[in-house]
Design a protein around this ligand. Structure first.
Ligand code: GLU
Length: 340
């Protein structure tokens, strides 16, 4: 079953229409956050995939998209970058849709690893990768959704993301070539997974699928709409397209909540309190369930590999609008209450 029927859609009757005044207020907050942090110059652009090193460190974009389909943007929101690890939740969703949880979870766990994203390690207790947000888990997931020829499953992945973004997305072939050329650590992980019986012998195909998934070009608006599609029980709030089977989104968002921000995930859960995923290109997207999606981008990363300005912007958006999942004021529709 794809998405949810209209009559179950919470916004169909419950959500108040947004007035032009409120739209202006929200835009003002986003503009202020952009101006407050655009001068922050800390961090370094990732270069271990050489092509990523070409990113302009000044770029900084913010986008917020509601489940009603309103979109608010600031700064370099149109700038494209590769999705990198932010592809992992969507691949996990696709594996769950294709195989169901029982089969999928034979190949990947749900536990935070406490290790770096690229660690070459499996859970000693279960023999599986810890979770789908670390590379080992993501390569296991890529193996579950790959097809032969791999072009077909790459196209299916790009289609899925395009549905969530509401526009046709494409790959960055220079980044793909750069990662394919230098990705020896991921190749090592692939063969470790084969040795452990987690993936089949088509290791190269699984890696091709994984590298291509990481190379999809997106901008902040795409990320915010993909997140808003998750928030909107699987339906793109602008196009109305049913994109994700909503019964699996709880798996995806729960893992994003506990494992989405590398070694910063625990702090993020306390400080921002949203299911989210970051990527080494400098993007972060976050989901406020049933309310909205956030997409931010700035390529300079902190020591944990998260966008410096991105974290600052998300933290401020969450505190300003009361978005934290466990914030006392967040009763499931705090953002909409703020608007009233
Ligand atoms: N393609 C990157 C890698 O596998 C993704 C890393 C990331 O964004 O965390 O190294």
């Amino acid at each position: 079953m794809q998405g949810a029927p209209d009559r179950e859609s919470p916004q169909a009757s419950a959500t108040p229409a947004m007035t032009p005044f409120l739209e202006t207020q929200i835009q003002k907050v986003i503009d202020e956050i952009y101006h407050k942090y655009k001068g922050v110059d800390d961090g370094t652009v990732a270069t271990y995939i050489p092509e990523l090193g070409k990113a302009n460190p000044k770029h900084f974009g913010i986008c917020l998209a509601t489940v009603e389909g309103q979109v608010f943007t600031a700064g370099d929101w149109e700038q494209e970058f590769t999705i990198q690890s932010m592809s992992k939740p969507f691949a996990f969703q696709m594996a769950l849709e294709k195989h169901g949880p029982e089969e999928t979870l034979k190949h990947v766990g749900l536990e935070p690893s406490g290790e770096a994203f690229n660690s070459i390690e499996l859970d000693p207790k279960t023999g599986r990768p810890f979770n789908p947000m670390v590379n080992a888990g993501a390569i296991a997931v890529a193996s579950l959704i790959k097809q032969s020829p791999v072009q077909a499953s790459i196209a299916a992945f790009v289609d899925k993301l395009s549905g969530a973004a509401g526009r046709r997305l494409r790959l960055d072939y220079s980044v793909l070539a750069s990662e394919t050329e230098t990705g020896n650590r991921n190749r090592a992980i692939g063969y470790l997974l084969l040795n452990a019986g987690i993936i089949d012998e088509q290791v190269q195909l699984s890696l091709d699928q994984y590298f291509a998934q990481c190379s999809v070009l997106v901008n902040c608006r795409d990320l915010a709409l993909m997140a808003a599609t998750m928030a909107n029980i699987g339906n793109n709030p602008v196009t109305g397209q049913s994109v994700f089977d909503f019964q699996f989104l709880k798996y995806v968002m729960a893992v994003m909540f506990s494992c989405g921000l590398y070694d910063f995930a625990g702090n993020w859960a306390v400080e921002v309190g949203l299911p989210a995923k970051s990527g080494v290109s400098g993007g972060i997207f976050g989901v406020v369930n049933r309310q909205l999606g956030i997409g931010v981008y700035s390529p300079k990363l902190d020591a944990q590999g998260n966008s410096v300005r991105g974290i600052l912007a998300c933290r401020e958006l969450a505190s300003h609008f009361g978005l934290h999942t466990f914030d006392f004021s967040n009763v499931g529709s705090s953002f909409m209450q703020w608007l009233l």
